[in-house]
Structure formats: structure tokens, C-alpha cells
Design a protein around this ligand. Structure first.
Ligand code: ATP
Ligand code: MG
Length: 257
């Protein structure tokens, strides 16, 4: 259904959501794991696809690394992703984990030379999953360009600072430079602590951006190896992730109109 540069999934009600930034440590993996859980709670069968060799998404779901080096074969050797996908302890959330082999992914994508390799794979997986969430590494390369071509929506976590809007503009420019038609991009203030003056200013400067608070409940995700909605369902952070998920669904619905 798409042209060579267009984005979008094949099944009309399925969607691929990329969590992306050029910056490291901004909350991408935390968003990816928690939003996947919210998606499943919303009734969607959801795949969390970890594209970062650091492998944080699987860890946040308590999955053990299998020690295999096969994740990249999905791209270069047509290995079926189905055989690598792992179930989690929660209904409707599965994980396609990363492993060491993913470090070679960018070079392999350049070598393969198929600009929509990732998009084709997500389109195939959309037969089984209504929502695919991509946890991306902080890179600007062929992999990030493929992520943009595969995504129906790009979520950009931004730690609050006077430079948040500028940081967001840089990401938008990077994304827009890669493709003629790029998917909608949703900035989200992550790790927001309104007791801090600069955070308050960033919030006031961008009042329409969704927010995720800085919270020990979120940090606990890595300790409990569970999404915040599972281990602290009453926490403000869990409510913020649920609200962000509703904003994501509203954006996806807008796009289909
Ligand atoms: N809202 C939050 N409140 C408190 N801690 C947070 C919050 N979001 C993320 N963190 C913590 O910040 C650190 C970085 O988060 P995360 O790993 O999600 O970032 P990332 O963008 O995926 O990093 P990388 O670029 O290295 O993949 C983690 O230790 C995480 O627990
Ligand atoms: Mg990460």
C-alpha cells in the first residue's frame, strides 16, 4: 500500500510505533516496555521488538538472554522472527529480543540494500500483532532510516530542559530528511520533575506535550522486571503511561481518517 518511502502497516487496524531519539539514556527502553504493556491492557496483541544490542526491553520483562546470536538473521538470512519471539508473563505482550548479533544490523542493512526491509518484516508480523513497538538504539544511520519507514508513529522521549524544543527539532529534521513522507512524530517530556525550575520551564514552554514523571516507581521497573502498571498500578507514573497510550491511540486513529 505504500510507495518506496512511505510509511504504514499492511493491516489497516495494525500499527507500528517506534520509540526513537538520537540521544541515549532519555527513556526509550522504559517507554517501549511500559507502552507495550499498556497496549496489551488495551486488548491489542502486542510485539515489543528490541533493536538495540543492549537488550534492555527483554530484561524489563524478566526474560533471560538465550545466548544465541540469531536476532540479526531475521534481516539478512530470512530467519523467521516467529522462532525468536518469546512470551512474557503477561497476556498479549511478546518480545522479539535483541542479542549481540544486532550490533551488525546497520552494516547488514546497508549491504542488503533493501530500503524497506524492516517495514516488510513489520508488515508480515502485523498479521499476528495489532501493535508492534520498536525499541530503537540512539543512532542516526540506515537502521534509524528503516525505523522511520516502518513506523506509523514515532514517539520521542525528551528529558526536560530549556533545549527540549531544540532537541526535538533536531530529531524531526533527522526523520524528515530520511523520507519524503514521514510518520507523525509525538514528543513526550520524560523524567519530568516539577520541583525543578528548569523542568517547570520546559513544561510551560511545551504545554501540549504529554509527560512522564521522574519517579522511583519507574526506576523500580528494572528491579522488579515488570512494567510500572503491573508492579505499582496506582502510581501516578502508571497513570501517565496509560494516558500517553491513549494519546498514541488517538494519533493513530487520526491518521486512519
Ligand atoms: N520516568 C523515569 N523516572 C525515573 N527513572 C527513569 C525514568 N525513565 C527512565 N528512567 C531511568 O533512566 C535510565 C535510562 O532509561 P532507558 O534505559 O529507558 O533510556 P534509553 O533511552 O533506552 O537509553 P539507551 O539510549 O542507552 O538505550 C534507566 O536507568 C531508567 O530506569
Ligand atoms: Mg534503550
Amino acid at each position: 500500500m505504500d510507495d518506496a518511502d512511505g510509511s504504514g502497516s499492511v493491516a489497516s487496524d495494525s500499527a507500528t510505533i517506534a520509540i526513537y531519539s538520537v540521544k541515549g539514556g532519555v527513556g526509550k527502553t522504559t517507554f517501549a516496555a511500559n507502552l507495550s504493556w499498556c497496549s496489551a491492557q488495551d486488548g491489542h496483541s502486542t510485539l515489543l521488538w528490541d533493536l538495540d544490542a543492549a537488550g534492555g526491553s527483554g530484561f524489563l520483562y524478566g526474560l533471560e538472554s538465550s545466548g544465541s546470536r540469531l536476532a540479526e538473521d531475521v534481516f539478512s538470512r530470512d530467519r523467521s522472527p516467529a522462532r525468536l519471539i518469546q512470551r512474557t508473563a503477561w497476556d498479549k505482550v511478546d518480545v522479539l529480543p535483541a542479542d549481540e548479533s544486532i550490533r551488525a544490523l546497520d552494516a547488514q542493512l546497508v549491504r542488503i540494500g533493501k530500503r524497506r526491509r524492516l517495514a516488510k518484516l513489520t508488515e508480515e508480523l502485523a498479521g499476528n500483532y495489532a501493535r508492534i513497538v520498536l525499541d530503537c538504539p540512539p543512532v542516526m544511520n540506515e537502521l534509524s532510516a528503516q525505523v522511520v519507514r516502518a513506523a506509523d508513529l514515532v514517539i520521542v522521549p525528551l528529558p526536560p530542559s530549556p533545549l527540549s524544543a531544540r532537541a526535538f527539532d533536531l530529531v524531526v529534521r533527522e526523520i524528515a530528511g530520511n523520507t519524503r513522507r514521514h510518520p507523525p512524530i509525538l514528543p513526550v517530556l520524560s523524567m519530568l520533575d516539577l520541583r525543578r525550575g528548569l523542568h517547570k520551564q520546559a513544561r510551560e514552554a511545551n504545554p501540549n506535550w504529554p509527560t512522564i514523571p521522574y519517579a522511583s516507581a519507574v526506576e523500580q521497573c528494572a528491579v522488579q522486571q515488570q512494567p510500572v502498571g503491573a508492579h505499582s498500578p496506582q502510581s501516578p507514573a502508571a497513570q501517565h503511561f496509560a494516558r500517553l497510550w491513549r494519546a498514541i491511540e488517538a494519533k493513530l486513529a487520526d491518521r486512519r481518517r
